[in-house]
Ligand binder design. Structure first.
Ligand SMILES: [Zn+2]
Length: 546
């Protein structure tokens, strides 16, 4: 017979367990800090642990009732176990941006992240204490008495934490100032904080359709003999700028486009460090600063182009367009159009390699309204690119120039070289997709002035400073996550039509640019005018002769 316990005892044990065991990634990170490698540092870490336990108990005491303590404690344990797994395995932190990524992840993407380690973490960190919890019978106390106990325990625990904070204020504030991401590692408070922030943000923005933009958008009047522009806008995924040969990378990740005369803009900052943060911002006229501070949702670049009478098509090979293509024609790459079929081995289990974006493109183009095509066509290709952590899945077996490659999504199991190989194979494969895109565009040169613009949504950490993946808060994110490749292909015919000097564009290749330039450069390429456009952000403006 197991002795009956007061719900508060359970709350105290769970608080200690959460602080001590479920926060192991935080303790590991702190233990690795050179400035804490001393007895004093160890004492500080232990004090911080007791503070976390005290605050947990202070809050958990509110729910320490006979009916609620077990489900509540179990929920906290499971959330903490999942958080500990991801922070521990990928050295990420859990903040509102990361939570948006999690909530936007589709089932297939999530499959890459679910493995036996996750289950082991949940079984160990949540399962073991939960088993004890649910086997422990609870004492029955009168409500008033239990309430009094809970209040006393909660206040005492919070006071003790406050006392510890006062005693450790110096090292505490120094450590938090120097390592700002630590605050997003306190588990499971980080997950609940992130969810709370998102709920508040969501509530602050009015619902309903986005504000229309570009009511005055017009497409340029062309001579009857002139060809309309055809832009393929390739939206890359998780590609970092410094792994492109054109930007000085030491490896040949550009074998197939090397002879095609791509212009590379070498210093481009992303708007965010995750797809969910970057993508809507890339297509917005607001720019990064105003986009972050917006009070209302607006329409985007694609709405404006469509309003100007152009034909727009979004082809998606990822988890969707994050609302960007809601009002324009859009298709999933895996659904080949009638009259075409994907090459064998391109698609498996509903997931396709990026060459699938090009299947049946003739048919897709022909299906767009003719009167719109005559004013110009924008095909947006949303790549799977270098989406991690399973980089090896992003290139076909026949196109892996860099071997051996890491063939697991448990990145910490691979040595650094094989991890970079798998990632670089995905970049080399993107290069192939771009080369094939340019080949297709070249075939349209009789009817259109073709061009291609490639830009990635954000970069990726590949183990630098022990960081992996992406999604760190922007202010803290390393360059690997914020610097993205941007490539432009303008054949002589299109250069002439645009009146753009290639030499001038080439001179601008090292200027600091950002996703803010995208909206204004694309509208300029397409010959669309609107009062929203800022020539200062149009890459072409200084290089036009007409
Ligand atoms: Zn992304």
């Amino acid at each position: 017979m197991v002795a009956a316990r007061n719900p508060l005892t359970l709350a105290a044990v769970v608080s200690l367990w959460l602080a001590g065991v479920a926060n192991w990634p935080l303790w590991r990170t702190l233990a690795d800090l050179p400035e804490l490698a001393s007895t004093r540092g160890a004492l500080f870490i232990v004090s911080l642990g007791l503070m976390v336990a005290g605050i947990s108990l202070g809050l958990l005491a509110l729910g320490a009732w006979q009916r609620s303590i077990k489900p509540l404690a179990t929920l906290l344990l499971v959330v903490a176990a999942v958080g500990a797994h991801f922070m521990g395995s990928y050295r990420i932190v859990i903040d509102p941006t990361m939570m948006v990524n999690v909530l936007h992840t589709d089932v297939r993407e999530a499959g890459d992240l679910v493995d036996w380690r996750l289950f082991a973490s949940v079984a160990l960190i949540a399962g073991v204490p939960a088993l004890w919890l649910w086997r422990t019978p609870l004492q029955r106390l009168p409500t008033a008495s239990q309430g009094l106990h809970n209040a006393a325990a909660g206040v005492l625990a919070l006071c003790a934490s406050l006392g510890l904070l006062v005693l450790n204020f110096g090292p505490m504030s120094a450590t938090m100032r120097n390592h700002k991401t630590l605050r997003y590692m306190v588990n499971p408070a980080n997950s609940f904080y992130a969810l709370g922030r998102l709920a508040v943000q969501k509530g602050a923005r009015p619902a309903g359709p986005p504000i229309a933009i570009g009511a005055d958008a017009r497409s340029k009047v062309r001579a009857v003999s002139a060809r309309p522009p055809l832009l393929m806008l390739v939206v890359g995924e998780t590609a970092r700028a410094d792994h492109f040969a054109l930007n000085g990378y030491a490896r040949n990740t550009d074998l197939e486009t090397a002879a095609l005369g791509l212009l590379s803009f070498a210093d481009v900052s992303a708007c965010g460090t995750s797809t969910a943060a970057s993508l809507p911002c890339m297509f917005s006229h607001l720019g990064r600063a105003d986009f972050g501070a917006r009070k209302q949702e607006h329409e985007n670049l694609l709405d404006l182009l469509q309003r100007a009478g152009l034909a727009v098509l979004w082809v998606d090979n990822q988890s969707g367009c994050k609302g960007l293509c809601d009002r324009v024609p859009n298709v999933a790459a895996r659904d080949a159009p009638p009259g075409s079929a994907h090459a064998p081995d391109l698609c498996h289990d509903g997931e396709c390699l990026d060459e699938a974006l090009l299947t049946g493109l003739d048919q897709r183009l022909a299906a767009l309204p003719q009167e719109r095509r005559q004013r110009g066509v924008v095909l947006v290709m949303h790549q799977m690119g270098s989406h991690g952590p399973a980089y090896y899945k992003r290139s076909p077996a026949t196109a892996k120039p860099f071997l051996p490659e890491c063939r697991t999504h448990a990145l910490q199991d691979c040595d650094h070289a094989s991890l970079v190989n798998a990632y670089d194979n995905s970049i080399a494969y993107t290069d192939r997709v771009l080369a094939k895109s340019i080949a297709w565009l070249s075939m349209q040169a009789g009817a259109y002035d073709p061009m291609l613009l490639y830009v990635s949504d954000h970069g990726e950490s590949l183990g630098e400073n022990n960081m992996f993946l992406h999604g760190l808060p922007y202010a803290l994110a390393p360059r690997e996550q914020t610097q993205v490749p941007m490539l432009m292909w303008l054949p002589p015919q299109t250069e002439a039509a645009l009146g753009v000097s290639r030499a001038c564009l080439q001179e601008r290749r090292n200027l600091p640019l950002s996703h803010d330039n995208l909206f204004h450069t694309v509208t300029s390429l397409m010959g669309v005018s609107s009062s929203l456009l800022k020539p200062a952000l149009d890459l072409l403006a200084p290089c036009r002769s007409v």
